[in-house]
Design a protein around this ligand. Structure first.
Ligand code: MN
Length: 201
């Protein structure tokens, strides 16, 4: 059975300070992300044992559990490199991504305002995302509730912003809007541009 493993953070735990604290990054990566990996692997093991006739399972429940945790793992694996320390992160994108944002949103500021709005309004726990939807050949802003609801089939995620409380509450308390505003300082635009290049090819 193939299993998932927790990838290391691509920078130090305190590298995103002052915008995202070392405490949040440590808990978020070492505890929350690790839990998605552990639970996705546990669900996979249940599915395998069920196939071998060693375990009776509620397939709907186990598949839901697997989808939730596997998507949690996949999204967080994308989220860490989609941020970068001061000096490398923030500002505005360049490259193909800048052109595509101008074309599809009428300018970076308009995109940023709508993405922030999507971030601040995710219902419950979830994500705001910039996705490339290949059928219409355009960038679209989207939300995911939890980890696995509201996916748009075939789309590639270009940028994902974690809006679960564990990603901001310890530092920003009830002020999610302040986290969303600060988050723009750590966006890794060159990684997002590379992601768009792969999505369009
Ligand atoms: Mn998270």
């Amino acid at each position: 059975m193939k299993t998932y493993t927790l990838p290391p953070l691509p920078y130090a735990y305190d590298a995103l300070e002052p915008h995202i604290s070392k405490q949040i990054m440590t808990l978020h990566h070492d505890k929350h992300h690790q839990a998605y990996v552990t639970n996705a692997n546990a669900a996979m093991e249940k599915l395998e044992k069920s196939r071998k006739g060693e375990l009776q399972i509620d397939i709907r429940g186990v598949l839901r559990d697997f989808g939730f945790n596997a998507d949690g793992h996949i999204l967080h694996s994308l989220f860490w490199p989609n941020m970068a320390p001061a000096g490398k992160g923030g500002g505005a994108p360049g490259g193909k991504l800048a052109d595509q944002i101008n074309k599809d949103f009428g300018g970076f500021d308009k995109f940023k305002a709508q993405f922030s709005d999507a971030s601040k309004t995710v219902e419950g726990s979830g994500w705001a995302m910039l996705i490339y939807e290949p059928t219409s050949e355009q960038l679209i802003i989207s939300q995911i509730e939890k980890h696995n609801l509201n996916h748009i089939a075939h789309s590639s995620i270009i940028l994902a912003s974690d809006q679960w409380e564990h990603s901001w509450y310890l530092q920003y308390l009830n002020d999610r809007a302040k986290y969303v505003d600060a988050w723009w300082n750590v966006v890794n635009w060159s990684e997002a541009d590379a992601r768009l290049g792969k999505a369009i090819k």
